[in-house]
Design a protein around this ligand. Structure first.
Ligand SMILES: [Zn+2]
Ligand SMILES: [Zn+2]
Length: 151
């Protein structure tokens, strides 16, 4: 191996070690592996990477802690309101259906989160991510809820 190759290999190894250290630092009991992966990809984009990037963090655990957490679609605003590049939109639609999300965003009336399963008011016009948000939102929603006004 030439010395130039050796130098670039060392550089790549150094970068990998820096990222590994970043993952170690970011891992706490509260952290979300998806958020950490997204941050790594963001950093690569900032360094002007043109590669087709995939980031995978392996976490060896049985996963039972997460079985009660429904899947959440994050950063959907960018694709809902953003540029309507047809290619991107069609990949997005495929991704939604594979992940079992409806084609249109159904968001929490209080905090705007979009989970795969949402709670809804009996009037079926307002959605909430949780009982907590539903209670919080009722103060405002009761003024306009058709079910409440019918009584
Ligand atoms: Zn909510
Ligand atoms: Zn209602």
């Amino acid at each position: 191996m030439g010395s130039k190759n050796y130098a670039s290999l060392r550089m790549a190894t150094h970068r990998a070690a820096t990222q590994a250290q970043f993952v170690c630092d970011a891992l706490t009991s509260e952290s979300d592996l998806g958020d950490i992966s997204a941050e790594i990809l963001r950093q690569c984009l900032q360094r002007n990477s043109r590669d087709n990037m995939t980031c995978m963090i392996m976490h060896f655990a049985d996963g039972s802690e997460w079985t009660n957490y429904p899947d959440e679609m994050k950063n959907y605003e960018k694709l809902v309101d953003g540029d309507r590049d047809e290619d991107v939109q069609s990949h997005y639609a495929t991704f939604l259906s594979t992940a079992k999300f409806p084609a249109q965003a159904v968001t929490c009336n209080v905090c705007q989160r979009w989970l795969v399963q949402m709670q809804q008011c009996t009037c079926k016009q307002t959605f909430y991510c949780s009982r907590h948000c539903q209670k919080k939102g009722w103060k405002v929603h009761q003024a306009v809820c058709p079910n409440k006004q019918a009584k």
